[in-house]
Write a protein that binds this ligand. Sequence first.
Ligand SMILES: Cc1ncc(COP(=O)(O)O)c(C=O)c1O
Length: 447
Amino acid sequence: MNSRRNFLINSASATLAGAAIGFSGAAQAGTVAQSVARVAEFNPMDWASVRQQFLLNPDLIHLSNFFLASHPASVRNAIDKYRRELDLNPYSFLDDNMFALEQDKLWRSVAGAAAEYVGGRPNEIALTSSTTVGLALIYNGLRLKPEQEILTTTHEFYPHHESMRLAVNKWGGRVRKVTLYESSAKASGPEMVSRLVKEIKPHTKILGVTWVHSGTGVVLPIRELAAEVAKINQTRDENDRLLLIVDGVHGFGVLDEDIALQGGDFFSAGTHKWILGPHGNGIVWAKPENWALVQPTIPSLMDPELSTAWREERAPHGPTQAAWVSPGGFFAYENQWATVEAFQFHRQIGKKRVADRILDLNGQLKEGLSRMSHVTLHTPLNRDLSAGFVCFEVNGVSPKEVVSRLREKAVIASSTPYGKSYARFSAGIVNTPAEMDRALSLIRAMA
Ligand SMILES: Cc1ncc(COP(=O)(O)O)c(C=O)c1O
């Protein structure tokens, strides 16, 4: 029989989560040793070493880093280790780490790592499978009265607008949209906030916005907006509070922000994009008093109280908690649990260094494009109003054609999937200034 031994994936994640992870076989020894060696080699202060952690095809220049993460070595290794254990003994490994003892529940490590990253507490974190699922759980779970409305913008991406549409189909009420800028390149923080705030009416119950617009690259100043919402709420009853919901996915893992201090009420983000975590994972952050407003949509496995209540044929005790909104049914647990290593990777490099690097590289692209007379830059040059996107048009060449010509030259760009489409670059921490120069030279040649 395999002897069960406790193995700490690495001391930092163990400190984060206080969780010991049980591994059963000597069969893993080689892989584990390699993974530890690889992680030990990693120098988070050196961008070349950061890039070496990824399997990204070195023959390509990857400029669509917003989309779906390639994983650093520590994340890949953690996924492999969990998968191996689940292959060796799925019943015991899952039961030990999910249902046996409180301290064995690996999902708590993920909530702990996410909480540390957002500057909040583990009980504020629901684990989801994407930004989309998080948004759907919030809008479906908040009760809207037929006379109330959701106020939003014309700049949201499909899953946010669609979550709102489905919510008013269910609850009644309506959705109203505000345009925050006519020209994204000339967007102004105070003007965006004031355009929204002017439209908040006594019957506006939810304000749903996106932190970083993936169609234009514009960053909405959430802190300033939240401060205005707080002022409005001083004049409202507690039960009537206006709730600020943020689709935060393209700021999460990009900008140097503590989400728990940003001022929003609910924040949904996938961790499989800029956080560089395993695919099919995300979080929603909210304070306990806001979780209490949510009716869960999907039966959860994260808190024994729920299944105990079911066995005892009673309602669960207490208000809704974040764990109750984390969807149940079995997950790809090897992916969910290895999200800890992604937060750890960011922590090793440092939130501010990540933000500065992403802003510098995308800034280099913006500056270069802004000097080309055959190019229209749609993302603000202002560093405070943009993040990891650079949206642009090339005169006489459709966005799809721009993307395809770049791909022929080994540069991976994208076109925005909105009503009005632009060509889009998205530089991340895996890129270099030289790669920006190469991408710019290819756009220059399209004149
Ligand atoms: C603004 C915005 N919100 C949500 C999503 C969807 O994210 P997910 O795949 O995590 O559901 C995207 C996709 O890129 C997006 O651009």
